[in-house]
Design a protein around this ligand. Structure first.
Ligand code: BDP
Length: 339
């Protein structure tokens, strides 16, 4: 009896392992002839501008590939709460796409720091002229040429980032000695230190509110749509429009995951991604206005700094240009000279 069970177990183990070998061989052998489903990770919830753009991207890809490629968009950090983790999954080919902030990508492709230095852009329009011009497009190629196995498909708008706190924040003085949550990325930490604050990393966007409520941090920094949609505005009522950075969002793809897709369909994927950029910018502008309204209706203080205070912020950031920008002085000059 026992022997029979053992033999049966052995037979099914052999069957299982040979079927695994076959499926692996199929996966690595190359392009799939059947329709394939690829996953896209997004930390924001459904309805947020980047999540809407991800869905538009999926819709376009399915339509233009005539159903050969289907993209399953998973929002709310369901696949990876932290963008560093989704980038790791892309590198391994466990994930096909992820919409992330440029900040964690800069840890792998340092040149990205040049396009997200504090106060590098004069306006949203200036940023888009840079990103859609040679500088921005060269940086996307730089991602693709790096040994990361990542492809930078397109940029999305992430607005201007501002500080917010449980207590009052009106100028750099109010940040001195305060624990401020920043994105994972050395420039973000250095930015905080330059203002006399203590940077706190490793807290995912969706955990910031709890961290404020539990007193782990005094505040954080983000754009208005995230401040509102994450609910952080309910715990940190003071929001200062210092606009210290404009960090673009990037839609990334995994080279490894795309080996199953034909070159023609990869070309379609690239084209569809670019097409969603303008769509996202429009949704972004609408969301910025709506979020501001919600936050104001809640009675929060949205403070516009005086030109003097703005200058204090800007001057405090100068050392970052030395550390993160000096090797890219040509790019910084070109950004300055862009309309
Ligand atoms: C938001 C970005 C998101 C980042 C988040 C953060 O859209 O990609 O993960 O900030 O601060 O603005 O972690």
């Amino acid at each position: 009896m026992n022997r029979t069970i053992h033999i049966r177990a052995l037979i099914s183990a052999i069957a299982l392992s040979s079927s695994l070998i076959c499926s692996c061989a199929r996966n690595t052998s190359s392009i799939s002839k059947r329709p394939i489903t690829l996953r896209l990770s997004e930390v924001h919830s459904r309805g947020y501008p980047t999540a809407l753009a991800d869905e538009e991207f999926a819709r376009l890809v399915e339509e233009k590939t005539e159903g050969r490629v289907r993209i399953e968009v998973r929002t709310g950090g369901a696949l990876a709460e932290n963008e560093i983790d989704s980038i790791a999954a892309l590198k391994l080919g466990d994930l096909a796409f992820s919409r992330v902030s440029a900040a964690p990508v800069a840890e792998y492709v340092p040149k990205i720091n040049a396009i997200m230095l504090p106060y590098i852009y004069r306006s949203q329009e200036h940023m888009w002229n840079v990103l859609n011009g040679k500088i921005g497009q060269d940086i996307l190629s730089e991602i693709e040429q790096s040994p990361t196995g990542l492809i930078g498909l397109c940029y999305y708008d992430g607005g201007a980032r501002n500080f917010y706190m449980k207590g009052t924040v009106r100028s750099p003085k109010d940040l001195a000695g305060k624990r401020i949550r920043v994105q994972n990325g050395s420039m973000q930490s250095d930015m905080c230190k330059a203002l006399g604050a203590t940077p706190v990393t490793g807290i995912g966007m969706s955990h910031v509110r709890a961290a404020i409520e539990e007193g782990l941090i005094d505040g954080a920094e983000n754009n208005l749509p995230t401040y509102q949609s994450s609910g952080d505005y309910l715990s940190a009522p003071c929001y200062l429009l210092d606009s210290h950075t404009r960090i673009p969002e990037i839609l990334l793809a995994s080279k490894k995951a795309l080996t199953r897709v034909s070159p023609d369909d990869i070309a379609i994927i690239r084209k569809c991604a670019k097409e969603t950029q303008q769509f996202e910018i429009q949704k972004w502008l609408e969301q910025e206005r709506a979020s501001e309204q919600i936050v104001r209706n809640n009675g929060n203080e949205i403070i516009k700094p005086s030109p003097e205070v703005q200058a204090e912020f800007q001057n405090a950031m100068t050392p970052l240009y030395q550390k993160y920008g000096s090797q890219y002085s040509d790019i910084l000059t070109a950004i300055k000279n862009t309309n």
